[in-house]
Design a binder for this molecule. Sequence first.
Ligand code: GAR
Length: 220
Amino acid sequence: MCGSAAHSLFGIISCMAKLHLGVLGSGAGSNMQSIVDAIAADKLDADIRIVLADVPEAKILDRAKRHNIRCEYLDCAPWKTKLEGPAEDRCIDILKSAGVDTVVLAGFMRIVKPKLLAAFPDRVLNIHPALLPAFPGIHSWKQALDYGCKVAGVTVHFVDAGTDSGPIIVQKAVPILEDDTPETLHARIQVQEHIAYPEALGIIASGDYRIEGRRVRIGG
Ligand code: GAR
């Protein structure tokens, strides 16, 4: 069984498997781009089966088209901040029929609900621009700056029923500099995001991890 470990005559082995990704986004799609680049460089054993955006003019759709990746606008009305109801059902149908096994939230600015999580158990990942559990929610880099933190960062985590609260796979710290503005800090956090997401997906693809309560144990 991938995601924990597989048993064989020879003991416990890891279960490596190519990932079939479905990417959900709302914005520029730079994280999706980092995944595309990692796949192209043979650093990640995966393909992107589909990209869905809840904003019709989102740049992530243009990027997907440039890379000949199937993409669609997902109308999530009437809700503005969550994916629920008919849109959630449609999303699950599209992802399943595209052969997706792992859902990648890449700047998707909506709460996903239990039905989607149940359709992809322990296979919905999110990237958040803060060192969780500090500063969940929106504009987290600005929250860290306003709070007076000396260190900010990025977290890739499994999604659970809470907001930005699931088990953590990868974190990267980013120092906050004296002359940082929200924009300069977010730009440096994004550099680390583009390392962290492919790294986290590589861990999932390796199968060499297990989820123990809140902890994601990697290797061994
Ligand atoms: C990223 O900074 C990501 O961490 C953030 O949105 C940005 C999307 O950028 N996500 C959240 O704030 C989720 N709570 P991108 O569209 O260029 O990948």
